[in-house]
Structure formats: structure tokens, C-alpha cells
Ligand binder design. Structure first.
Ligand code: ZN
Length: 385
């Protein structure tokens, strides 16, 4: 049985304890201030003697301290232990902030929290609603921060589950339960570590809101994390604003204006490309020598399919012309024939590809496909004559 010192003192970071048992890299003590992963809250890290604690596991009766390397301790050793306060306090801020935010969502809108998750980067709570309008999230965020600024006491009591009243969620165990109370707004059965007053939660910021199964997932950041995120957001926005030579407040309007501008420019460039292909197609046809039926044949190779497709389209619109464009790698072909050429491009290319392990097809005017290798490409070209 390990005595859980964090139940009564969440700020205790240095303590001494006696080793009860050692099993490989796991050490069991008579008492500990190390919080094991449970109730959604992540484990503490720190040191036992000169060994690093890299995980803490709740084994119900006992708590296992998992060390970086196999332990060199023996039963009855007295150890000095230290919990990493930065990580612990961060967890306390997120965890108490979650109690507050869940209570506020319930107080304002009757939305119940059905599950919570505390991550290394951000935390989430799931509300029992299919969707959450942004203005509700912002009202809850504002209310939570009001209570932070009121610096209401957060206290821990031990009560009997049968007689404990006013709990946000009914306790799922019997006998003595640990209740964490935020004055005037929340009473929750919880074994986690919490701050002493709402002021210590620091700013509460709601971030992403997304649909998750039947509920709505609300991402939030509290305290130092909220500050770090605000700093990172400002730096990122400043970089973007700098590259646009504008102020960060002008960035959203400028970016959407530039996106519209880019779209226009792309449409314009495509039209010009098509126009250019028409001129080039005419030039190529004029330069080609017609066969006995008066059909001119243009053959070319390019590094990519795009310019070949534009040329195929343009040549298919000219009288009595056939076009074969190829790409060496990956081996591909585009084949086009004008309406009066006597050739159905789609059918002819499809059967040539089919005979050579290739795939593709198209309309009677323009078709394209791919083949497994250069030899197959050569055979397809020969079949198109
Ligand atoms: Zn809690």
C-alpha cells in the first residue's frame, strides 16, 4: 500500500520515502508525491535518489515508479525524492481549468462533459451535444476567465459517497470519496491534483471545436500553455505579416484578397496557354508534310504531360491532323485526331494500350494513357500508324 501524499498536498515536491520493493525498473515506496496517470491526468516525472523517474503507474493498492534504468535500490533504503514542479503545475492548471470549463458549460447551457483528455500539447473535453455554436464557446470562455479573475478558492474534502451532495457528476464508487470544489460553481469527485485558487489556473483559452462521434470536442489551453500559444501565434502571424509587408490585423483580408487574385491569374494563364497552343499547333501543322490522304502527323516528346495535352487539344481542332505526344518517364502518351482525319483517337489508343499492358482511353478526338515501360511505349506508337 502506497500512501498518496498528493491527495492532501498537491504542492509537495520534495519528500523522503522508504523502499518497499524493487522489481527491475519499478520501485515501490511506502509513500509518494508522484502522481500516476489516472483520471485522464498524466504522470509526474522527477528523481528518486539519483535515478530518473520516467513513468508512474497506478496499480490500485500500490504506485509503481518506473525508472530510466534498472534500480540499484534495496528494500528499506530511505530515499530523497523530487517531483518536477513545472510539469506538475502545468497539469494542475489544465486539470483545474477543465473542471471550471466543464462547470461553466453546464451552468450556462446545460451541456454535460462526457469525457476529458489531457495531452502534452493541449487538452480536450467532450460535451453531450451534436454541435456547439462558436458564440456559446466564447461565452463559456469569457465566464471561465471571469471566475479565474475572481480567484475563488479550490478546496479538497473527503466525504461519504452516499451523503455527498451537489456533485456535477454522480460518484461511481462507494465509501469515502475525494471531492474537489471550486467555490460556488463546481463540486466533483476527483483524485487529481488541482491549484489552490482559480487565479492560479491563469488564462483559459478555447481553441478548436469539432464534431466527435455524437458529441462535440472542445480543445482548450490554460495558464502557461495559453501564454506560450499566444506567443507562438503572435510570432507566426508577425512572420506572415512581415512577408506581406502589412500589419497582423490586415493579414486575414490581405491573404483572402491575394488568394482571389491568384485564382484569377491562374485562370488567365490557362487561357493564354490554350491560345498559345492554338498558334503553335497551326505552325506545326503548316510545317508537317501531308500524307497521300492529306493528313498531317505531328510527333513530339516532352518531360511532362501538361503541355502535350494542351497541344493535343489544339491540334485535334485543326483540319486533317494527327498528334502523338509522349513522356519518357513515367511512360505515357497522348493521342489526338481531328474530326476529318478518319481516325477515332480513343478507340485506336485504347486497343493499342490493351495489347501492351497499358491503361487509358478518351474521346474520339483526344485520348491518353500509360504503359509499363519504354519498349511498350514504342510498340503503342507503332500501332497508332
Ligand atoms: Zn479533477
Amino acid at each position: 500500500m502506497t500512501e498518496r501524499l498528493y491527495y492532501t498536498d498537491a504542492r509537495l515536491t520534495e519528500f523522503t520515502a522508504r523502499v518497499l520493493e524493487v522489481a527491475g525498473d519499478r520501485v515501490y515506496l511506502d509513500r509518494t508525491a508522484f502522481y500516476p496517470t489516472s483520471g485522464g491526468q498524466l504522470f509526474d516525472v522527477g528523481t528518486l535518489g539519483d535515478a530518473r523517474v520516467v513513468d508512474v503507474v497506478d496499480e490500485k493498492e500500490r504506485i509503481a515508479h518506473v525508472l530510466e534504468k534498472p534500480a540499484r535500490f534495496s528494500p528499506n533504503d530511505e530515499l530523497k525524492a523530487r517531483v518536477d514542479w513545472t510539469r506538475r503545475f502545468d497539469h494542475m492548471q489544465q486539470h483545474t481549468g477543465q473542471h471550471l470549463l466543464s462547470a461553466v458549460f453546464e451552468e450556462l447551457f446545460g451541456h454535460k462533459t462526457v469525457s476529458v483528455h489531457f495531452g502534452d500539447e493541449s487538452s480536450t473535453l467532450d460535451l453531450d451535444v451534436a454541435s456547439l455554436p462558436k458564440d456559446r464557446a466564447l461565452k463559456a470562455e469569457r465566464r471561465a476567465n471571469e471566475i479565474v479573475f475572481e480567484n475563488r478558492p479550490v478546496t479538497v474534502t473527503f466525504e461519504d459517497a452516499a451523503s455527498a451532495t451537489g456533485l456535477r457528476k454522480a460518484a461511481d464508487r462507494t465509501g469515502e470519496i475525494r471531492i474537489v470544489e471550486i467555490e460556488g460553481i463546481d463540486r466533483s469527485a476527483c483524485g487529481g491534483t488541482h491549484v489552490r485558487g482559480t487565479g492560479e489556473i491563469g488564462p483559459v483559452v478555447v481553441r478548436r471545436i469539432e464534431k466527435y462521434k455524437q458529441s462535440t470536442r472542445v480543445e482548450f489551453l490554460c495558464g502557461w500553455r495559453a501564454l506560450a500559444r499566444a506567443r507562438a501565434d503572435f510570432d507566426a502571424l508577425s512572420t506572415i505579416a512581415g512577408s506581406l509587408t502589412t500589419s497582423i490585423d490586415e493579414v486575414p483580408a490581405l491573404v483572402s484578397a491575394q488568394a482571389a487574385h491568384l485564382k484569377e491569374a491562374e485562370t488567365d494563364a490557362r487561357k493564354r496557354g490554350e491560345e498559345l497552343a492554338k498558334y503553335q499547333a497551326r505552325e506545326r501543322c503548316d510545317a508537317a508534310v501531308p500524307d497521300s490522304n492529306g493528313v498531317r502527323r505531328i510527333v513530339e516528346t516532352a518531360p511532362s504531360m501538361d503541355p502535350l495535352r494542351a497541344m493535343a487539344q489544339a491540334i485535334s481542332a485543326l483540319p486533317k491532323a494527327i498528334y502523338v505526344g509522349t513522356v519518357a518517364s513515367p511512360p505515357g502518351i497522348v493521342f489526338a485526331a481531328s474530326a476529318d482525319s478518319g481516325v477515332n483517337a480513343g478507340e485506336l489508343l485504347k486497343s493499342a494500350l490493351g495489347a501492351n499492358g497499358g491503361r487509358g482511353g478518351g474521346s474520339p478526338r483526344v485520348a491518353q494513357g500509360t504503359v509499363p515501360d519504354a519498349a511498350a511505349l514504342q510498340r503503342v506508337i507503332e500501332l497508332l500508324h
